[in-house]
Design a protein around this ligand. Structure first.
Ligand SMILES: N[C@@H](CCC(=O)N[C@@H](CS)C(=O)NCC(=O)O)C(=O)O
Length: 206
């Protein structure tokens, strides 16, 4: 397998962490597509993903998959004997994981990306920016993190007793928030405890 990715971007990172948790990262060739250098907008990459987004997974027979969750689902189902299940094993658990993963994507990762895109100098001249929208997203994020903190008070991992893709998505979103000066503080102790547990795992450095 080959993963087209950017080592600094959050979506490729959640796929790398997923592969690492499965013990499959070394079975995957990582091919850097630098967003900074504009490699994701070059014709040879656009042929792999017409929207110019990473990650893209390419199988040995040339088939390609886009979208981080689709890639993770393929890996989970194609390699059932590798590592722990990260997408759940029975209906309620699978639905809980889906729910919390969507929350992490829509309530944290998307707003973080919008703060970054609409206020960071990196995007100046590359896209049209709306700084006021970035401020609205920043305020919304603070409220969302407070909510997620309360929701973690009575359980170890995002979707219950077992680590899942929902933890990986939220971690990557929070870490990526650093580019927009978003950091966990003392006011979110449950998230702090959860974050510290994830940071101990080898997949954190994937
Ligand atoms: N929903 C997609 C999102 C992919 C995405 O937005 N990737 C970002 C990096 S994290 C990207 O390639 N951005 C380049 C750009 O916006 O020009 C997924 O989950 O894979």
């Amino acid at each position: 397998m080959r993963l087209y990715q950017d080592s600094r971007a959050p979506n490729p990172r959640r796929v790398r962490m997923f592969l690492a948790e499965k013990g499959l990262l070394d079975r995957c060739e990582l091919v850097d597509v630098s967003i900074n250098a504009g490699a994701h907008r070059e014709p040879d990459f656009l042929e792999k993903h017409p929207l110019g987004l990473v990650p893209v997974l390419e199988l040995a027979d040339g088939r390609r998959l886009r979208e981080s969750v689709a890639i993770c689902r393929y890996v989970e189902e194609a390699f059932p004997d590798h590592g722990p299940p990260l997408l759940g094993t029975e209906p309620w658990q699978r639905a809980q994981i889906e729910q919390w993963n969507r929350h992490a994507e829509l309530e944290v990762l998307v707003p973080v990306a919008q703060v970054f895109r609409n206020s960071h100098p990196f995007w100046e001249g590359r896209i049209r920016q709306a700084p006021e929208f970035a401020e609205i997203m920043r305020e919304q994020l603070a409220a969302r993190l407070a909510w997620l903190d309360r929701e973690l008070a009575d359980r170890r991992w995002r979707a219950g007793d077992a680590l899942s893709i929902a933890d990986l998505t939220l971690l990557c979103a929070i870490d990526f928030g650093k580019v927009a000066q978003l950091r966990l503080g003392d006011d979110t102790p449950h998230l702090g405890r959860w974050y510290a547990a994830l940071r101990e795992r080898p997949s954190y450095r994937a």
